[in-house]
Design a protein around this ligand. Structure first.
Ligand code: BES
Ligand code: ZN
Length: 616
């Protein structure tokens, strides 16, 4: 037994694949968490989760055990063995503005193998990974709502744990809520709809901590297909079901393309509009913004994206946030494959072109170091440098590889990669080694490692990039040109067959300056200010801000007050902040919106509107 333990310790560094995560205090070589059991009550009146987290650890090299926390009130830590439990001394480290506070637990020297620790704690009302909404902020307007957003480093604000994607856990949870509310998690629901306010979950597949998720509210469920369904506020359930009716089909197509779906169910949870992201790929249950309920399924590639994470991200996970492109670049590529198979190559090409244009726009605004795929984030908050680069540049890298090796071979390679690293975490180096052995060396003479390195370690786009052509938008482009030249009056632009993507291409590529008569004419012909499509409204409002088109101001104000999705509101605030008058308006609106915003939205928008270092 002793010899075995010794061997275990010797093998440990080999077994741990990950490098060190600059965003975690934990050292997964000393101890590694393997399972979490939560027993939490949701106290809506005081905006707190309170209860216990029991973590199972495997001992590695030992020493004091360090966990990640942020704004948690730690009441007690105990070592559980059989019937007895022993209180342990612990201390919280100083507050770090990005990482939170380390929780150091002093364990008995003799401890070896596996053990259980129970931490009794409470969350703070301002927990960065939670948003507590009052009833008025929900679609139904009658019940409060709570949801989590753990990615990238916010799980630690509602569960004390090793908050690094290099370590995976299975989990179980008992969640107590007011009896009229339903709880959902990134896990299987075991019980029960009986209305006693006790909700039991189990997650048998090991996940990284950033996929831990919870939501509580007035939620109802409706199935889409045998393995898919929607949870939503009763007021939006029907709209969501119609919008996302293709989800089961998407799942089938994704399996054909990328291999078996390993998470049993795939459900969607529709969140209130303050959700800071478009979607979040929480295991088994993607969290989805209601801003994609366009009524015509034109924004559902978001679902393809979150579903694709079930392979790239949730199954094969970036080992740390410096390798984030492995999650998002792969997923954006997979998303395109699903969209192409389900809605046609034309649709895929349109979305890819728009993505490429967003990438170029992002390059214009950022420091070159963040134009690389692999980024260095020591001392950097991942939320502060979030951009489309890992998504769109990552996709273009895979597009190029697929073109060089052929779709079929590349797809086989991808599937083998997902198999090889299933339920593991990978670094860029792991991927490059795998690429070298299983693609470059196998089919020599096509792609060199040096070319790949240029994609990953250099800013900008390498010469090998295949630029998504504008051809799919040829008609739209021509109409824009004619309209701008004054040859085609706005009311004669035939947009009857334009999709959302056509509109976005039309609007996003307008010259910086348009005249007031031009803006009025377009708005009169197409009622753009009142567009119910949040993406089209977003593009139009950017034009309106640039050109000080005042008739759009009331809509702009409503938009900024009702939406919390950063991708939609951050650019509007950035545009406004370019003039003194705009900045003043933006600050006024933001201060009004702030109480309804998610902490992560507040963080991002504050950085735009109050950029001086040191301001809170
Ligand atoms: N995992 C991301 C969201 C995320 C990234 C949250 C980093 C926190 C930190 C999710 O899969 C995503 O990429 N969502 C996009 C949608 C997508 C279609 C580009 C979004 O939210 O807009
Ligand atoms: Zn994603």
């Amino acid at each position: 037994m002793k010899r075995l333990a010794c061997l275990f310790v010797l093998l440990w560094p080999v077994y741990s694949q990950a490098g060190s995560d600059v965003h975690s205090f934990a050292d997964i070589d000393s101890y590694r968490q393997t399972h979490l059991a939560l027993d939490l009550s949701a106290d809506f009146a005081n905006r707190r989760l309170l209860g216990t987290a029991t973590l199972r650890f495997e001992r590695g090299t030992g020493g004091p055990l360090v966990l990640d926390t942020r704004d948690l009130l730690i009441r007690a830590v105990s070592l559980d063995s059989g019937q007895s439990s022993k209180l342990l001394p612990f201390e919280l480290g100083p507050h770090h503005h990005i990482l939170g506070r380390s929780l150091t637990i002093h364990l008995p020297e003799s401890l070896s193998g596996e053990f259980l620790l129970t931490i009794r704690y409470e969350t703070e009302p301002e927990a960065s990974g939670l948003q507590w909404l009052n009833a008025r902020q929900t679609a139904g307007g009658t019940h409060p709502f709570l949801f989590s957003q753990s990615q990238a480093i916010h799980a630690r604000s509602w569960v004390p744990l090793q908050d690094t994607p290099a370590a995976r856990i299975t989990y179980e949870a008992l969640i107590s809520t007011p009896p009229e509310l339903l709880a959902v998690m990134s896990a299987e629901r075991l019980a029960d709809q009986s209305g006693d306010g006790k909700h039991v979950f189990v997650m048998r597949q090991a996940i990284p901590s950033y996929l831990l998720a919870i939501a509580i509210g007035d939620l109802t469920f409706a199935p889409i297909g045998p393995r898919t369904g929607v949870y939503a506020d009763p007021a939006v359930l029907e709209a969501a079901l119609a919008e996302f009716e293709d989800t089961e089909k998407m799942l089938e197509i994704a399996e054909e393309l990328f291999g078996p779906y390993r998470w049993e169910r795939y459900d969607l949870l529709i969140l209130p509009p303050s959700f800071p992201y478009g979607g979040m790929e929480n295991a088994r249950l993607s969290f989805i913004t209601p801003t994609v309920l366009a009524g015509d399924k034109s924004l559902v590639s978001l679902i393809a994206h979150e579903l694709a994470h079930s392979w790239s991200g949730n199954l094969v996970t970036n080992a740390d946030w410096e390798d984030f492109w492995l999650n998002e670049g792969f997923t954006t590529f997979l998303e395109g494959r699903i969209t192409g198979a389900l809605y046609g190559e034309r649709q895929r090409r349109m979305e890819e072109r728009l993505g490429y244009e967003a990438l170029l726009a992002a390059f214009d605004e950022m420091e070159p170091q963040f134009e690389k795929l692999r980024v260095e984030l020591e001392g950097v908050d991942p939320d502060a440098v979030f951009s489309v680069v890992p998504y769109e540049k990552g996709r273009l890298l895979l597009d190029w590889l697929a073109a060089e090796f052929g779709n079929e071979i590349f797809n086989e390679f991808l599937n083998a990669f997902f198999d090889r690293y299933a339920f593991k975490s990978v670094t860029t180096d792991d991927f490059l080694a795998y690429l070298q052995n299983h693609l470059l060396d196998k089919f020599p003479g096509k792609v060199s490692m040096q070319q790949v390195h240029e994609w990953i370690y250099q800013p900008g786009l390498p010469a090998t990039a295949i630029i998504p052509p504008t051809g799919v938008f040829a008609e739209v482009e021509q109409m824009r040109t004619e309209w701008l030249a004054g040859q085609l009056p706005a009311e004669e632009i035939d947009a009857t067959r334009w999709s959302t993507q056509d509109w976005l291409f039309f609007l996003n590529n307008m010259p910086q300056k348009l005249s007031q008569p031009q803006l009025r004419a377009l708005d009169k012909a197409f009622a753009l200010t009142e567009s119910g499509n949040n993406e089209i409204a977003h593009s139009w409002l950017r034009i309106a801000i640039r050109n000080n088109y005042r008739p759009a101001w009331p809509r702009l104000e409503r938009y900024l007050l009702s939406i919390g999705r950063n991708k939609l509101i951050k650019p509007l605030y950035q545009d406004l902040a370019k003039t003194a008058e705009g900045l003043e308006f933006a600050r006024r609106i933001f201060e009004q919106a702030r109480p309804g915003h998610h902490p992560q939205t507040v963080f991002v928008i504050e950085n735009v509107l109050y950029p001086d270092p040191g301001q809170s």
